[in-house]
Every structure is written in C-alpha cells, then in structure tokens.
Design a protein around this ligand. Structure first.
Ligand code: SPV
Ligand code: MG
Length: 547
C-alpha cells in the first residue's frame, strides 16, 4: 500500500514534535493498513493504534485476547500504509518490565514511533467495562516497566506515554497525581489521563494541578460533547479520537449487509459505497503498475494481434457455405479457435479479427471483431487497413497473421526479435509448395538459411508469388511482427497503399515488398514447419492431424 516515501524527519521525531507542540494536536484511531492511510489522507499528523479497535477488528475482546505479536503484525501493515507516526496503545505492556523492554525493541524495528502503557495488570480490560473493579498496578512495579522500556529504546526520540487509570478505577485526584509524579520520575515522556465521565471534570482537574510537568494526553470518548476549545484552553498536548473510524465502518457495514441481505441485490447499495477503484487507489495499485513498467521484462502481453479472416475460402466448397474458412471446424474447433489458443498460449490476449464473409458465423468470445464490408472485391491489405483504423493503440507490438493459418506457439516466440522493427517468419521448407503448385508467398533474403544465419541477421529483399525459383529462400507464412515504435510507419505505408484504387486486391506480400522498397529493414527469422496453411479440403484433413 505504501509507495515507500517516508518523509525525511523520523517518525519518532515527528511524534515528539506533536507532543511538545504548544497547540493542541490530534491523533486519529486506525486499526489496520487501510484505516491508517485514510487517517493520513484526511490530514491527521499522527495515528492512535488503539487496543479497543484493533481487537475489535480481529473480532475479539479488548482483554489481551489478541496476542501482542498479532498486534505487532498489524502495526507493520499500518506503518507500511502510512508515513505518519503511530502511537501504539500497548495496554499494560503485555507483562512486566521484561515484556515492555522487548516490546519497545520490536516497535522500533517496525517503525512505530511511541507506545502508551497503562498502570493496570495483564490481562487488562477496557476502561469502560466495569472500570471501578479494575485493579491498578503497584506503583513501583509499574515504574520498573517504564524504566526498562526507556533503557531499551535505541532511538532517543522514541516516546513512552504512561496512562494513569486512577480515575477509571474509582480513585481520586490525589492518587492520579501521585502516580503521574512517580511515572514522571521513572522517565515517562507524557501522561495520558483517562476518564469515563461524560464531562471533562476529572481530566481538567488533573491538568490544572499537574500543570506542564509533562505533556498531557486525553481520550475524549465519553466526554465527546465538550467543545475542543476547552481542551485547547486547558493546555492539553494531544487529544486522541480513539475509536471513530472503526465505529463509522461498523455502522456502514451493518447497514450495507442488512440491505444486501434484505434486497438480494446490489442495486441500492452500489452508489452509497466506495467504488472498487477507490480500494485500488488506497492500495496504491497505480504505483505497482509503474513499478512493473520499470522492473519487469517486456512480456508478450505487451503485444496485440490482428487476424485477417475476411475471405470465404471458396476452394472448400460446401464447407464454407454457411461460414467463412476461419470458422471451419478442425478437430471439433474452428480454425480460428486453434489460432486464438496459440496466441493466448504465447500470452497475447488482445486480438482483433477482421471479418468479411458471413460475419454472423463468428461466435468465439473475448475477441474484438471488425468488419471489412468490401471483402468480396478487396484483399488482405484493405482488411489490415480496416483493423488498424479500428484500434489506434500503438503502445504494443503488433502481430499480423491469417485466419486460415494454424500454427504452434513456437512461431510467435521465434519472431520475438526485440531489436527489429519488422519481423517475418519464413519457412525453409518451401519446395513442397512449389512441387504442389500451390499459391504461396515466396521470399528472397539477404542470405539463405544456414548455420551462419543464426549469428547474422537476415533481411528480407523481395516477396511475391512468382519469384524465380532460383531466387527463393523460403516461404512467408503470413506472420508479420511490428514493434510498437514502427507502428506509425506501418500505418503510413498501409494508408498510402490502401488509398490507391489499384491496390484494392493487394496481398500482404505486396505490403512487405513496399516496406522493403521504402528502405525499411524487415528481419527474417527462418523456421521449419510448425504451421499449416488451410487452402483446400486436403489441407482441412491435414489440419485435423496437425491440430
Ligand atoms: C483504546 O482505544 O483502546 C483505549 C482507549 O485504550 S479506551 O478504549 O477508552 O480505553
Ligand atoms: Mg486500549
């Protein structure tokens, strides 16, 4: 939740400043990470990690039922979630002097600025539950807790506030003052004087007699109706709003739970509760996204794909009467399903499919469909231009392929050439296509496939269906990968070509040739096999065994 930016002044020092400040300061209760952050965003300068609310959020009583290490664990989340100093309500210190000194060490390690310990016995009970039956600690024994805690701290500014429970336990002002004096002498950094009355008379009487010997902290939970100026004028150091965030949350949660249960619907609560994106904001989700940009290696989901699937595929006859070739089933799944699975397998989720013939036959989910209405008298270049026009996002690399070419994910991995703007996959096993006399996109490259080509980049020189056989180095399988920075140039070339009526039926190999003509470096990756171009019924049969 934290973005790690703790202000340069230590939290212990900032808590000291609050304690010493001549004006009345305030702490807001927090009981977990998100409430600590909410308190900070509201403008508070310090947090009270209250025992009542921390135990309540765990669903247990304020009677040391949550172990002190469970409290510590929550404090760590809180310290991570806020830059503010935290004053822990450390109850009685969870034992004797020995427990207090260990507590202080652990709090310092977790970034907690101060602890308040109260002069009662472990296990304690909340001051508002039968307060006058509560037994106070022996003064000398309690002073040993203070001294051991002060001796244990490594940071000079770590503060120990001592809480006088004399009024709570039914004693008078004299006992309260006697105890405060002893705690002062033992090294306490401030006195918290607590009262369960609905008027501030006890705490005001104490402050009047005590004067400024040590800063005095109050918790006006019961005397909440007292104007804050009364505390100011009396010279208190800090007022703690000790349980109000949790109480507010409880009211909201009860109301929401009842409403949803009653209405069995979310409709009437949705507008009255924080949107999910507010949770993300409070969690600091955007900071993580920025960090991922900085630290994570470039992942394939930084790529998107365009699949050109507009044509009918008349060579397949009746098979494509009611559906285009891309939707012909092979092994129980349309060709397009196999293609999408290969993309997904390579981490590419964002896929645009260009439809033309029988667009209604495309029923695969999670794809973006765009239509080339002129598919009957146009060709791949126009379809590509439709797809580019439909999605202006040039922040990801783009992979273009055909709706009738199924392939293994390996091909996509092979054309991941991080330094190349344009990459094509070229099959070295091209003679079979020539022998069968089938139309194929042949290419001539800067060098034929060889072991040397592994170490030296190979570049595309020419592409076409009728290259002289002597010049052919391979068959292009229709995969074109364009790095994000080169996408504006791809767009420009495609737009220029598509604007020429003479290019209505231009194929993608003509785009490759044009890129080369314009001086673009098109990187060739030689592969062998791992793909199948489905052009005929024989191919459909072959695809059955491939897929
Ligand atoms: C707390 O908030 O846990 C306190 C204050 O200790 S009180 O609940 O008033 O005792
Ligand atoms: Mg408490």
């Amino acid at each position: 939740m934290s973005d790690g930016a703790i202000p340069p002044v230590r939290r212990t020092t900032r808590f000291r400043e609050l304690l010493a400040s001549p004006s009345l300061e305030f702490l807001i209760e927090a009981h977990n990470g998100i409430s600590a952050r909410i308190g900070e965003e509201a403008g508070f300068r310090g947090i009270w990690a209250g025992g009542l609310c921390m135990s309540a959020q765990y669903g247990v009583r304020d009677s040391n039922e949550a172990s002190w290490t469970q409290v510590l664990e929550m404090l760590e989340f809180m310290a991570d979630a806020t830059t503010l100093p935290i004053l822990l309500d450390g109850d009685t210190g969870y034992g004797n002097f020995n427990n207090v000194r260990r507590l202080v060490r652990k709090l310092e390690q977790r970034g907690v600025a101060a602890v308040c310990i109260e002069d009662k016995l472990y296990p304690k009970t909340n001051s508002f539950i039968d307060g006058d039956r509560q037994q106070l600690a022996d003064i000398d024994e309690f002073c040993s807790r203070i001294k051991a805690g002060k001796d244990a701290q490594r940071d000079d500014d770590f503060a120990i506030i001592t809480r006088v429970e004399a009024f709570i336990a039914g004693w008078g002002l004299g006992e309260a003052l006697r105890r405060a004096e002893a705690y002062h002498a033992a090294g306490s950094d401030g006195i918290l004087i607590h009262s369960a009355l609905s008027r501030p008379s006890e705490v005001l009487a104490f402050k009047k007699e005590w004067g400024d010997r040590l800063p005095v902290v109050i918790v006006p939970t019961k005397y909440h109706a007292t104007p804050t100026d009364v505390f100011r004028e009396a010279g208190f150091s800090i007022a703690i709003w000790a349980n109000h965030l949790l109480r507010a949350a409880v009211t909201a949660m009860q109301e929401t739970a009842r409403t949803i249960q009653r209405e069995q619907s979310l409709q009437s609560v949705e507008d009255r509760i924080a949107p999910v994106r507010e949770l993300f904001r409070l969690q600091g989700a955007s900071e993580l996204q920025e960090a991922e940009e900085r630290y994570l290696p470039k992942r394939q989901d930084r790529s998107r794909a365009v699949i050109l699937a507009a044509s009918r595929g008349s060579a397949l006859g009746a098979l494509t009467e009611s559906r285009p070739k891309a939707m012909v089933a092979v092994r129980g799944q349309p060709l397009l399903g196999h293609i999408v699975a290969a993309y997904n397998g390579a981490g590419i989720k964002r896929i645009t499919v260009v439809r033309g013939y029988r667009p209604e036959a495309f029923d695969l989910p999670a794809l973006t469909y765009v239509d080339n209405p002129d598919y009957a008298d146009t060709s791949e270049l126009v379809s590509l231009s439709v797809a580019l026009g439909a999605d202006p996002d040039d922040s990801r690399d783009l992979v273009v392929s055909y709706g009738d070419v199924i392939f293994k994910r390996y091909i996509l991995e092979a054309i991941e050439e991080p330094d190349a703007d344009f990459v094509v996959a070229v099959d070295t096993d091209w003679r079979d296509s020539v022998n069968r006399g089938r139309a194929a996109d042949y290419v001539r490259c800067s060098q034929p496939h060889s072991r040397r080509a592994f170490y030296q980049p190979v570049w595309l020189e020419a592409a076409g269906e009728d290259l002289p056989e002597a010049e052919i180095h391979g068959e292009w399988m229709g995969f074109l990968r364009v790095a994000a920075p080169a996408l504006p140039r791809l767009r420009a070339v495609v737009a220029a070509m598509a604007a020429d009526p003479g290019n209505r039926r231009a194929k993608l190999h003509q785009l490759l040739a044009e890129l080369v003509r314009r001086g673009e470096k098109v990187r060739v990756v030689y592969t062998t096999g791992h793909w199948l171009d489905v052009d005929s019924l024989d191919d459909v049969v072959a695809a059955g065994s491939f897929a």
